[in-house]
Design a protein around this ligand. Structure first.
Ligand code: G4P
Length: 533
């Protein structure tokens, strides 16, 4: 084995690439900040926060995001903990961006599912979990906000098991109900309790100190014995961590804490190092897999333009899948077979960038001004590789876009093409409507707001959007498209998706799709991947 293969294998082994999935407000920004702070990637609390009104907004860059307090874009935070390099990829917190989320999750090896102790599983948690399951990503659970009144721990475990058919295997367990936390039991060291002493303001680490079980039992008798009993119950029920079951998506190790006071954060960070899998061989389109010590290969999972208003540029985010990436190396873009020079490689977090000279499997590199790159692209060196294409979800909302100012048609076309390439929406066209009136298709309506904001702000071409009465899309072929256009009874339309030239038949609802099938039984009408499984 060559020394560079050895190096990529050993560097891969100490990488952990993960994302946090949660419902908005569960505490994702707070946890990200706490993880980074604990691992000391960022020295000042507040630097990661992406909420309106907070200072140092690093991960949210669009005005709209700030106003809504949601993170639409994705950035990557890298930090070190116990000899490992952790790459935390930010995911959009809203299901309207599920396609985006899916792409980010294509670039991680593990997810931390963050749950609000008072709310349990929420709508977005469910949707994001579905994506993880679909992709086979192992999930670590963190029950947050245990410093505030909330639900019973056992009840939360039941909910996860019942709703997700996923067995929770607590690794830490709270002593004291939500809002009355005395400490945490680490089930691997059951004879003691970890007690947290909070510091004023919560911006600094809560101090964690072990207390012997006997003392905890004396001082907090009722809470201690309740916790011990609950743990016994869980053990009898087989809720014990099993690495193999976790990696194959059958169980989820569970941690409790309060991100805001840094309670339980160290244990979670340790779990990411100890339990989350390092980058492994990556499946190829042709079958087989590319091992991490093969020559360089990378997957472009996100393309984002104009992240920094001061620099109008376009960044392609690439996860290194195998080998060693060195800035300046010339790689091949699998889709075109053309060489691609990687002169401008950065690590990107929000608006902060720094040059990356070298990156290993699991790391994410931002390739600046990579206009030739598209989401789903494979880049490789030496030995060819093609990773499977990123799936496109079935759109459920459709709108015709037109330039509000006809003298800006050129900017309009450029902007729409850019947003299509980034995958902000799917762009559909038909001969009937013409180029000047593309149909934008989205999984969630908020994607249209992003289009409107970015077209006006970045491309100086405000758009008029006219909603179409369609909510269902199916894949068809040329014959099917012609049949649909011929039909006099079915309400629907045939459109071509620019991105992959797929023919789509769109209908107001499944009854109209049904009438089409009855009218043209020969026509092809296939289901697309549902975003809301
Ligand atoms: P998000 O990114 O998932 O949307 O959530 P974010 O971290 O912004 O947290 C949402 C709210 O929950 C914030 O309160 C935050 O302070 C609070 N929070 C996060 N973690 C904890 C925790 O462990 N315990 C408690 N008690 N609260 C937590 P906010 O009122 O919206 O903002 P702020 O004014 O407190 O900053």
């Amino acid at each position: 084995m060559s020394s560079s293969a050895d190096r990529s294998a050993s560097e891969a082994a100490r990488r952990r690439t993960f994302a946090v999935i949660s419902h908005p407000d569960a505490g994702k920004s707070t946890l990200t900040e706490a993880l980074a702070l604990h691992a000391q990637a960022i020295t000042e609390a507040g630097a990661v926060h992406g909420k309106a009104g907070r200072r140092g907004v690093a991960s949210d860059w669009m005005e709209m995001e700030k106003a809504r307090g949601i993170s639409v874009t994705s950035a990557v935070l890298q930090f070190a903990h116990r000899g490992c390099v952790l790459n935390l990829l930010d995911t959009p917190g809203h299901a309207d961006f599920s396609e985006d989320t899916y792409r980010v999750l294509a670039a991680v090896d593990c997810a931390v599912m963050l749950i609000d102790a008072a709310k349990g599983l929420e709508e977005q948690t469910r949707k994001l979990f579905d994506v993880c399951r679909h992709r086979g990503i192992p999930v670590i659970t963190f029950v947050n906000k245990w410093d505030r009144p909330g639900r019973e721990a056992l009840e939360l475990m039941d909910e996860i098991e019942r709703e997700f058919r996923l067995k929770p295997t607590p690794v830490t367990w709270p002593v004291g109900d939500a809002g009355y936390l005395r400490g945490l039991i680490d089930v691997r060291q059951p004879g003691r309790m970890l007690r947290y002493t909070r510091t004023p303001g919560g911006a600094h680490k809560a101090v964690e100190a072990p207390v012997p079980g006997q003392r905890a039992a004396l001082e907090d008798e009722a809470d201690w014995s309740k916790a011990v009993e609950e743990l016994d119950l869980l053990q009898v029920d087989g809720a014990v961590h099993d690495q193999e079951a976790f990696l194959t998506g059958r169980t989820t190790p569970v941690f409790f804490g309060a991100a805001i006071s840094n309670i339980g954060v160290r244990l979670l960070l340790d779990a990411i190092v100890d339990l989350a899998p390092p980058p492994g061989p990556r499946e190829l389109e042709s079958g087989g897999a590319r091992p991490v010590d093969a020559p360089f290969s990378g997957l472009v999972f996100k393309v984002q333009a104009n992240m920094d208003p001061a620099h109008r540029d376009r960044i392609a985010f690439m996860r290194v899948c195998s080998g060693i990436f060195e800035r300046g190396m010339t790689v091949t873009r699998a889709a075109s077979g053309k060489p691609f020079a990687t002169k401008y490689a950065h690590s990107v977090f929000g608006q902060d960038r720094s040059m990356v000279d070298i990156a290993y499997p699991g790391d994410v590199v931002g390739l600046v001004n990579a206009t030739a790159l598209r989401v789903g692209d494979t880049l490789y060196a030496e030995q060819a590789a093609v990773f499977p294409p990123m799936p496109t979800f079935a759109p459920e909302h459709f709108a015709v876009a037109r330039p509000a100012d006809l003298s800006r048609s050129k900017q309009f076309r450029r902007g729409i093409a850019q947003l299509d390439e980034e995958g902000v929406v799917q762009v559909l066209v038909s001969d009937l409507r013409g180029d000047q009136a593309p149909v934008l298709a989205a999984v969630g309506p908020m994607q249209f707001d992003v289009v409107s904001a970015r077209m006006a702000g970045e491309f100086s071409s405000p758009v008029k959007l006219e909603m179409l009465p369609y909510h269902l899309a199916r894949a068809t072929d040329t014959a099917g498209a012609e049949a649909l256009n011929r039909s006099r009874i079915v309400q629907g339309e045939a459109l071509t998706r620019i991105r992959d030239k797929a023919q789509l038949a769109v209908f107001p609802d499944r009854w109209q799709a049904g009438s089409f099938e009855r009218e043209f039984p020969e026509a092809r009408l296939d289901h697309l991947i549902a975003a809301h499984a």
